[in-house]
Design a protein around this ligand. Structure first.
Ligand SMILES: Cc1cc2nc3c(=O)[nH]c(=O)nc-3n(C[C@H](O)[C@H](O)[C@H](O)COP(=O)(O)OP(=O)(O)OC[C@H]3O[C@@H](n4cnc5c(N)ncnc54)[C@H](O)[C@@H]3O)c2cc1C
Length: 434
């Protein structure tokens, strides 16, 4: 089934339209094929090109490059997370491994934007883990202990402070972490497309339908055409499972988000003219909510089992109504029609929230499943899977490979039943903070 950009995401609509789009129209042969052109695939292509400047590298995407989840996210480049999927930071050793990976992700993005002089609205303004419920203090104090042990700069804030910083008195308690960056994901991923080197051939609106390994050649079938490649990297994240990659270890989830138009001077004044900020929820299904530097408010408060290839307009509208309620709960003074657009995006999850970074078979590699950290970790994993696939090693690969590996998932229909009931339970627990 084909994926098509539905043109609903403002991060994409902020950018100028691209003109150099090529669709796969004839059979091709190559040394390397990368499937999926988001942060992971683009970074894998960039790195492979540096490692193999004389080889032909093909990068394909079902829709326009970068216009999947990589443009459709909330734009938090995270150094720490409180909820990662459904799991919390119970185990210090594993949490440290996780933050080591986040740190490498941030460093990889920093290196990239410095080298290519990228403007992606980078703002090192930190982030808030916030709740409307004072009784969440216990959870935050526990998190604070973990952060202190690991040396992350942070402090606890209460209602009045939060009101001044965020422009809403909705939140009663928050833990502010100084690390973490807010950025414009559309601009960042577009810059990765713009600088693709010459030996990377990008084909868009070109869906890989199926693939088969035959001795040393991997035959990849697209509509009416075929690519024969020696090596392949799967970087399709939410669509790994649909291509049969690690299918008992990951599952797609569909997220929806909405963004308001820019607040006008009067509206902005009415909320106290706050600087750009980002709030993450304390419970897994609570709302992520962000004030952008150009006074737009973004809200994401759903995650669900849904057909990953399509969300109907009417389904999106239902979620958009809930997101308007979420915004009005925090900013009652804003008008009813403040939301400008709503969109969906697909991510991939594993049972224990660990990422996939793997050689699947000889010459077949995959990277994905980053939960809410794919901007940095996807970019890191893309570069490092290219290095691993080239039979080289790095300190980064050692750090990545020391993480817990994804655990096995039950088959359908038990899997979807299990996920759905867990999501309902978590949504219920977060209902005040949606
Ligand atoms: C609403 C939302 C909010 C989020 N917030 C954050 C956040 O604040 N911070 C953060 O770090 N992460 C966030 N994420 C997660 C983050 O966006 C992802 O982890 C990241 O984009 C993964 O990058 P990727 O390149 O691996 O996958 P994607 O960007 O999904 O790219 C995969 C590509 O594969 C293509 N593809 C799929 N199937 C095929 C096929 N058969 N043939 C060819 N191409 C195919 C798709 O079209 C897609 O472009 C959020 C995600 C969503 C949806």
């Amino acid at each position: 089934m084909d994926l098509k950009n539905d043109k609903t995401c403002p991060w994409i609509n902020d950018l100028s339209a691209r003109s150099n789009i090529k669709v796969l129209k004839k059979n091709e042969n190559c040394e390397w094929l990368i499937v999926g052109a988001g942060f992971t695939g683009l970074s894998a292509a960039r790195k492979l090109s540096q490692l193999h400047p004389d080889k032909k590298i093909i990068l394909v995407d079902s829709q326009l490059a970068g216009e999947g989840a990589s443009s459709r996210n909330s734009g938090y480049l995270v150094d720490t997370t409180l909820n990662d999927g459904f799991t919390s930071n119970k185990d210090l050793v594993n949490y440290k491994k996780k933050t080591n990976i986040y740190k490498l992700g941030i460093e990889t993005i920093k290196r990239f934007i410095k080298e290519y002089q990228v403007d992606c609205d980078w703002n090192e303004c930190g982030k808030y883990f916030a709740s409307s419920k004072l009784k969440d203090r216990k959870k935050l104090e526990k998190f604070s202990e973990t952060l202190s042990t690991l040396g992350f700069d942070h402090n606890l804030l209460l209602n009045q402070d939060l009101k001044e910083r965020l422009g809403t008195n909705f939140y009663n308690i928050a833990l502010y972490t100084r690390g973490g960056i807010l950025l414009h994901p559309g601009k960042l991923v577009r810059s990765m497309i713009d600088i693709l080197p010459e030996n990377v051939y990008l084909y868009e609106n070109s869906s890989l339908l199926n693939w088969k390994k035959n001795k040393d050649i991997i035959n990849c079938n697209f509509k009416n055409v075929q690519i024969k490649t020696h090596k392949i990297i799967f970087a399709t994240n939410g669509f790994l499972k649909s291509l049969g990659i690690k299918k008992n270890y990951n599952f797609p989830l569909t997220l929806t988000a909405s963004m308001t138009r820019s607040l006008n001077d009067r509206e902005f004044k009415s909320i106290g003219e706050p600087k750009e900020w980002g709030v993450l929820p304390i419970r897994p299904m609570g709302a992520t909510i962000r004030m952008t530097k150009d006074r737009r408010i973004l809200i994401r408060n759903t995650a669900e089992v849904h057909n990953p290839f399509k969300m109907k307009k009417s389904d999106l509208e239902k979620r958009s109504i809930n997101q308007k309620i979420g915004i009005k709960k925090r900013f009652p003074q804003l008008p009813e029609d403040i939301i400008q657009s709503s969109w969906s995006g697909v991510v991939s999850r594993t049972r224990n929230s660990s990422q996939i970074f793997e050689k699947i078979d000889k010459n077949i590699f995959a990277a994905g499943c980053y939960n809410g950290s794919g901007i940095g970790v996807g970019t890191l994993f893309g570069e490092q899977i290219a290095i691993k696939a080239s039979n080289e090693n790095t300190n980064e690969i050692n750090i990545i490979e020391s993480r817990n590996k994804p655990t096995w998932l039950p088959p359908q229909p038990f899997l979807n039943l299990g996920i759905r009931s867990r999501l309902i339970y978590e949504r219920f627990r977060s209902k005040l903070d949606l």
